[in-house]
Design a protein around this ligand. Structure first.
Ligand code: XMP
Length: 536
């Protein structure tokens, strides 16, 4: 991607680093997050158009405070230091940082002292709608006079003396130097966090830094991504064969279509039907990928193997572990039947990569469910992960541009262990059948009410208790199904969805009337945190 404008984000451990990357991508500029310790030659080799230093929890004078190479500031590349990044820039360039008299945390008024580059035209555009969606801010608009903006502060240190050549460009009540710049070297520092939605003009500031200061143009589009990724996969895989585990979820599906576009029938997708899928799901996967996308697809009907291993297990972790183990074995058995395979395709996303890399260095291991439990190493396969630079919504955009159907691209997340974790207690064929029918009714009714796109996830959970009921003249003693529906933006936090009572009523009466073995339906009114979306 030598031709692509790229931004390098050095991570000093801030909880907001991922948000910086999101914002830069929103501005259609490609970026990557790397640990703060990235050696200088690798910084150069990355050929960044701009560098952003993230915030971080340390104080620059801590004995083990994370430092980057001071030569980063001599490369002629524009640098924006955010919070800790600004303090580090100050220290490394011979300025002075000291403890603030008062730790600043939360909203603050920023007084702009220079509205040229970084703070130019901050009100030309509305605050990012995506930003407002990500963090609920009751006051997203600027409430202050011209020359003043609301920003989000979170720091204990502040700049006491700027390094030579710098000028202050903004101040706040507690920070006389809340933002600074070195105009010739194009070095900028801000004490606050422009990347969070609580800084409503933050996106405009980042845009100024990238476009005005660093001369980026915002060329990063899904089409651009598809074109360069297909070329990259072709080069990587060459004439070899590649396999990919298809789950029917968004990530592995988009990865499959991209890889197929690059290498055609050298790709074989393997779909393991674990018997824990929803009604009609396995058939839909086969129909879509084999018939419509013409991707060579092997399906393995492994439901019995999974059920056998799950027999007698009620503990959630034991169930997940059992499913993971069987999956690997089944996948491996099937993969062995294809000769000459050298690569394994995976739909790993950027947040997975980031979550698994500590800012102290790439020492942490990749999450187990993302590398199919050590399979690549065992089978001596090399990984092809075409989506590892993308966020979920970017993957969806790419999928739509690849001509994939909306129902697949916009579908809800579904856990790898499937219905097994939506069925508390033991997994049996009978209980699966009950849950599948109930779940289908929930889906049908939410779709009929036109609510399916407004709710992040909705599904049924089969509880391991029976309750007394009465049907006709007979006393019954049957299962309870819980309806779970949540609103969320990213699955990290969620609110229970306030579904219309009429819809809930219809779901309840239909499940009790139509699904044999259920005589009670309840609604889950817990939010995450402290609950989780799934029940196991
Ligand atoms: P929780 O239950 O932790 O779920 O609030 C957050 C989101 O992750 C999904 N989820 C999974 N996805 N494999 C997956 O691919 C899993 O094992 C898994 N467990 C939970 C869940 O559906 C929700 O969207």
């Amino acid at each position: 991607m030598a031709d692509t404008e790229k931004v390098l984000i050095l991570d000093f451990g801030s909880q907001y680093t991922l948000l910086i990357a999101r914002r830069v991508r929103e501005l259609k500029v490609y970026c990557e997050i790397h640990p703060f310790s990235l050696p200088l030659d690798q910084v150069r080799a990355f050929t960044p158009r701009a560098i952003i230093l993230s915030g971080g929890p340390a104080s620059v004078y801590d004995p083990d405070a994370p430092h980057c190479s001071p030569e980063i500031f001599q490369l002629g590349i524009p640098v924006l230091g955010i919070c800790y990044g600004m303090q580090l820039m100050t220290k490394l360039l011979a300025g002075q940082v000291a403890k603030s008299a008062k730790r600043e945390y939360g909203p603050a008024e920023l007084f702009l002292d220079d509205e040229t580059d970084l703070f130019a035209d901050l009100f030309a555009e509305a605050a990012s709608p995506a930003a407002d969606r990500l963090h609920h801010d009751p006051h997203p608009r600027n409430l202050f006079s011209p020359g003043q903006v609301r920003v989000w502060m979170s720091h204990g240190d502040r700049i006491e003396k700027m390094p030579p050549g710098f000028a202050a460009i903004a101040h706040s009540a507690n920070s006389p130097i809340a933002a600074m710049k070195h105009p010739e070297k194009k070095l900028f520092g801000v004490q606050f966090h422009p990347e969070v939605a609580h800084t409503p003009q933050g996106l405009a500031m980042l845009k100024n830094f990238l476009f005005r200061v660093a001369a980026c143009q915002g060329q990063w589009t899904p089409e651009h991504f598809i074109e360069s990724t297909v070329a990259k996969i072709r080069e990587q895989v060459g004439k070899s064969k590649i396999i990919l585990g298809l789950s029917g979820g968004v990530d592995s599906s988009v990865a499959a279509v991209l890889i197929h576009r690059a290498v055609g029938d050298k790709l074989t997708a393997i779909f393991v039907d674990n018997g824990l899928l929803r009604l009609g799901e396995a058939e839909a996967v086969v129909q879509l990928f084999r018939d419509r996308f013409q991707i060579p697809l092997r399906t393995v009907d492994a439901g019995k193997r999974f059920l056998k291993k799950l027999k007698g297990l009620a503990d959630p972790e034991a169930k997940r572990k059992a499913i993971g183990e069987v999956f690997i074995r089944v996948f491996e058995d099937e993969a062995k039947k294809i000769k000459g395979v050298k690569f394994l395709g995976q739909g790993t996303l950027y947040p997975d990569v980031i979550e698994s890399t500590s800012f102290r260095g790439p020492s942490a291991t990749i999450k187990s469910h993302h590398n199919v439990g050590g399979l690549p190493a065992k089978m001596q396969l090399r990984l092809v992960e075409p989506l590892r630079e993308l966020f979920k919504d970017e993957v969806r955009e790419v999928g739509l541009k690849l001509g994939m159907p909306e129902e697949l691209i916009l579908r809800q997340p579904f856990p790898g262990p499937g219905l097994a974790v939506r069925m508390l207690g033991e997994v049996t064929e009978e209980r699966l059948s009950v849950l599948r029918q109930a779940d289908r009714i929930i889906t049908d009714e939410l779709e009929a009410a036109g609510l399916s796109r407004q709710v992040w996830q909705y599904f049924g959970v089969l509880l391991p208790v029976k309750t007394v009921g009465v049907m006709g003249d007979e006393r019954t003693y049957e299962n309870v199904v819980t309806v779970r529906a949540v609103k969320s933006l990213d699955g990290m936090t969620a609110d229970w969805a306030d579904l219309p009572h009429a819809v809930l009523g219809k779901i309840g009466s239909r499940i009790i009337n139509e699904v044999k073995g259920v005589n009670r339906v309840v609604y889950d009114i817990s939010s995450k945190p402290p609950s989780t979306i799934e029940w196991e």
